[in-house]
Design a protein around this ligand. Structure first.
Ligand code: SAH
Ligand code: SF4
Ligand code: F3S
Length: 437
């Protein structure tokens, strides 16, 4: 029997890419490929790329540069580029880097096996009419992990002025309820106890229900929560304008929905929010947070911020700091603005780089103080922890708390996939420690 061919995948960017990489591995698995962690062993290297900021996109080209001597040694090595750079740059990638054999955009992953066999085009970045999810093989476990991602929605119709996602992922598409429930049940049947629902605009999901009606996202969560054996539900990423009353209510009355919400606001200045095309004010966001906290007082909030958006003044920046103070985040990402080709903000006059850097540092300092305080406030509390792996020390397990903090626990008898109650005893910079109750 011939040795199976080996596939090495590198994933950049967001969780949706992580999910897609797993699905591409399955599609290629049906064609006889097995995954390898060792690039040197690979017959095919697949780079699943991100285009969100310039630095993210440039990583592809530095990795391809490193692959040049490898391919010179091993001419049969197939190199494929997938993901959002593939979608945004298409043909340009093979022109700039002829060593690339295949370029496939996120809507065409079901065609990857045929392309790898040489039975398709070299570059495929169309948005086909058919839904790729209908053609991808059913998710199959490569390992038994207690947590899993499940993509329910893809694409974005919001067109924030800075963002490439509406161009790289296309228009919003919601998967139908029955497909999602089937995939969720299948995951739970294989030992998954926590599912994170994914979408670029996940709370904007609205899909065909089994009753022939259109369902909203809150109802989907409630239906998934009915699956026996599933203990925890999370979702990401949400837009403030799609936080419906029903979804907020679910945070109050659906115990499987974890008390954690990533709700990016980007800026605390109305002028900047308007220029970003975010379609809400800072005050509307704060009132929304009040309503969410009224439903679930202990919810932990996280966000994304952009420093140095074109036209941002010192006053705008101070407004952002003020909004952060007013909310009190559990953690947050902040990024220096990066002009992306083809987006509305790309032509606008930029804030001087050193000014943007200084603002970014100020945001990060405040956000990390808040993160530290949020973690410290967990000490003494009893939280659920779902064990995901063994710790470095003997008898130690590591898992995630309800609030998504990593928690280290001495639990020599425990198994991966166990959900236990832990009393938090200590807060370290990026994790917590606790003891079994
Ligand atoms: N769909 C999500 C996240 C999209 S990308 C949302 O609506 O919030 C993740 C984050 O990257 C964004 O929230 C934003 O903070 C950041 N980002 C996107 N485009 C950017 C750009 N051009 N420059 C800097 N940061 C950017
Ligand atoms: Fe990008 Fe805005 Fe859509 Fe988020 S909502 S993916 S930031 S365009
Ligand atoms: Fe990046 Fe595309 Fe995700 S641009 S953040 S990989 S949707």
């Amino acid at each position: 029997m011939a040795e199976p061919k080996k596939l090495f995948i590198k994933t950049y960017g967001c969780q949706m890419n992580v999910y897609d990489s797993a699905r591409m591995a399955e599609a290629m698995g049906a064609d006889g490929y097995v995954l390898t962690e060792d690039q040197a062993q690979a017959d095919m290297v697949l780079l699943n790329t991100c285009h969100i900021r310039e630095k993210a996109a440039e990583k592809l080209y530095s990795d391809l540069g490193r692959l040049k001597p490898v391919k010179a040694e091993k001419p049969d090595l197939k190199i494929a580029v997938a993901g959002c750079v593939a979608q945004a740059e298409g043909e340009e990638i093979v022109n700039r880097m002829p060593l690339v054999d295949l370029v496939v955009g996120p809507q065409s992953y079901h065609k990857l096996p045929a392309m790898a066999r040489g039975e398709g085009p070299r570059v495929l970045t169309e948005f086909p009419e058919e839904d790729k999810f209908d053609h991808l093989p059913k998710a199959r476990a490569t390992r038994r992990a207690p947590t899993a991602f499940l993509t329910v929605q893809e694409g974005c119709d919001k067109f924030c002025a800075f963002c490439v996602v509406p161009y790289t992922r296309g228009a919003e598409v919601s998967r139908p309820v029955d497909r999602i429930l089937a995939e969720a049940r299948d995951l739970v049947g294989r030992g998954v106890r926590e599912i994170t629902l994914l979408g670029q605009n996940v709370n904007g999901w609205h899909g065909a229900g089994p009753d022939g009606r259109e369902w909203q996202f809150g109802r989907l969560i409630r239906a998934i929560a009915e699956i026996d054996g599933l203990d925890r539900i999370r979702y990401t990423t949400s837009h403030p304008n799609d936080m419906t009353d029903d979804l907020i209510a679910a945070h109050g009355d659906e115990p499987k929905l974890m008390p954690y919400l990533h709700l990016p606001v980007q800026s605390g200045s109305d002028r900047v929010l308007k220029a970003m095309n975010r379609k809400h004010t800072a005050d509307a966001y704060l009132r929304l947070i009040d309503r969410i906290r009224a439903a679930r007082p202990d919810i932990m909030l996280t966000s994304d911020f952009i420093a140095g958006f074109p036209g941002e003044t010192d006053q705008d920046h101070r407004d952002t700091l003020r909004l952060i103070e007013a909310v009190g985040y559990g953690s947050a990402f902040s990024f220096k603005y990066s002009a992306r080709p083809g987006t509305p903000a790309a032509g606008r006059e930029e804030v001087p780089s050193e000014v943007a850097d200084a603002r970014l540092q100020e945001l990060q300092a405040l956000l990390s103080r808040q993160q530290k305080a949020a973690q410290q406030s967990m000490v003494g509390r009893r939280l659920g922890v779902l064990f995901e792996k063994k710790g470095r020390e003997a008898g130690q397990m590591v898992g995630k708390s309800d609030y998504l903090h990593s928690v280290f626990v001495a639990a020599p008898e425990a198994k991966i996939g166990e959900l236990v109650e832990v009393e938090i005893t200590h807060s370290a910079p990026n994790s917590l420690a606790g003891r079994l109750v």
